[in-house]
Design a protein around this ligand. Structure first.
Ligand SMILES: *Cc1c(COP(=O)(O)O)cnc(C)c1O
Length: 383
């Protein structure tokens, strides 16, 4: 019988006794939603990202949805979104009935090009969704300067960016509101889960109410014990986007692991850089600079003499047990956006080329030098 082939996953969650212990504690307490675990998880994220408010929700998509509503986006408003990202960075604008205006990304960072951003601003532009794609911080100084000049609100899509900094300042509190994901493809996970971060008390109040059916008027903890007859007010159409305490317990344990996981990812990224940097026709993600990187995804681009070889390389890697994916989508080419906005497939050429020429290589906890030697060896066979 053939030997079982070793599988090299793109990533894998790191869950152990610590998560089990806290989940058990939560279950034993009987308080399984929006209780002490959620509060502690929110405090841990607020502290790490140096923001006044952190609100746990069911996903980053929920966080983005509530952000567009809390910012008051509505039909007739335009919101700028990079064309190369996960679809929900754009969908959240549609949820609010506003119009998505795509801009192309930069070839070297896959992030929003500040110049293209400014060029797409019209009198209807109300907000921009800035994505720190794959965990690499976007060029916030330039972007914030433009946004301020035109009074445009800034939503940071930090789905991939827990722990990332821009110029040593954590992301998530640089714009008006930040949105994090704890999906298993991200650096830390709660299964499904998300977090809203902000320094704006009004946005915190609005998103806090919207995640809880639009409720308001409940006495806060400082106002003494709740009166049994007080039911709260419901002046806005809200949702149930509350994260459970069971998931928050997992999140809290994950926050304890965050620094080690980030260090490990950076060290694996550095090894890839050493193994691949001499090769012609492979463009690697930036390693250091003002824009921090979590390497949530380690995405390389095939160019020059390797242009057009991407699919063949991915097939060879797959045959050898090495899981890969394209970086992400050129969102404007997805059916919903093509149909709704009549965008041509060749618009936003950098986004298109990024979807077609990128490969996300495995980075996971416990990855060895041997694993990386093997992966790069197989990769080279396809070039
Ligand atoms: C994963 C991801 C999201 C969505 O996060 P969910 O928690 O799955 O809703 C949004 N934006 C980007 C850039 C992502 O990578």
């Amino acid at each position: 019988m053939a030997e079982d082939k070793k599988i090299f996953p793109i990533t894998k969650p790191v869950l152990d006794k610590k998560e089990v212990e806290l989940v058990e504690k939560c279950l034993n307490s009987g308080w399984v939603t929006q209780g002490p675990m959620t509060q502690k998880f929110e405090q841990a994220v607020a502290k790490r990202h140096q923001v006044e408010y952190a609100l746990a929700v069911t996903s980053c998509t929920a966080a983005l949805h509530l952000s567009t509503l809390a910012l008051g986006l509505k039909p007739g408003d335009e919101v700028i979104v990079p064309a190369f990202t996960w679809i929900t960075s754009a969908n959240c604008v549609e949820y609010a009935g506003a119009k998505v205006v795509f801009v192309d990304v930069k070839e070297d960072t896959f992030n929003l090009d500040p110049k293209d951003f400014e060029a797409k601003i019209t009198p209807c532009t109300r907000a921009v969704v800035v994505v720190h794609l794959f965990g690499l911080a976007a060029e916030m100084k330039e972007i914030l300067e433009i946004a301020n000049r035109y009074s445009i609100k800034v939503i940071e899509d930090c789905a991939c960016a827990i722990g990332t900094t821009y110029n040593k300042k954590p992301v998530g509190g640089l714009g008006n509101i930040g949105c994090f994901s704890f999906h298993p493809r991200k650096v830390i996970t709660t299964g499904e889960g998300g977090m809203i971060t902000t320094n704006d008390p009004e946005l915190a109040r609005k998103t806090g109410s919207l995640r809880n059916h639009g409720a308001s008027g409940n006495p806060g903890p400082k106002e003494g014990p709740a009166k049994p007859y007080i039911m709260g007010e419901f002046d806005n159409l809200g949702f149930n986007y509350r994260l459970s305490d069971i998931q928050a317990a997992v999140g809290l344990a994950q926050m304890d692991k965050l620094e080690n996981l980030l260090d490990e990812r950076a060290s694996i990224a550095m090894k890839y850089m050493n193994l691949l940097s001499g090769l012609d026709g492979i463009i690697l993600p930036p390693y250091s600079g003002i824009c921090g990187h979590t390497y949530q995804s380690y995405v390389i681009r095939l160019a020059g003499k390797n242009k057009g070889k991407r699919n063949k390389v991915m097939e060879i890697l797959a045959e050898n047990g090495i899981q890969t994916r394209p970086g992400t989508h050129a969102v404007h080419r997805l059916g919903y956006y093509t149909k709704k906005y009549g965008i041509k497939p060749n618009d936003f050429p950098v986004a298109c080329n990024s979807e077609d020429s990128t490969i996300t290589l495995p980075i996971y906890h416990g990855m060895t030098q041997e694993d990386q030697d093997y992966i790069t060896e197989i990769l080279k066979r396809g070039l």
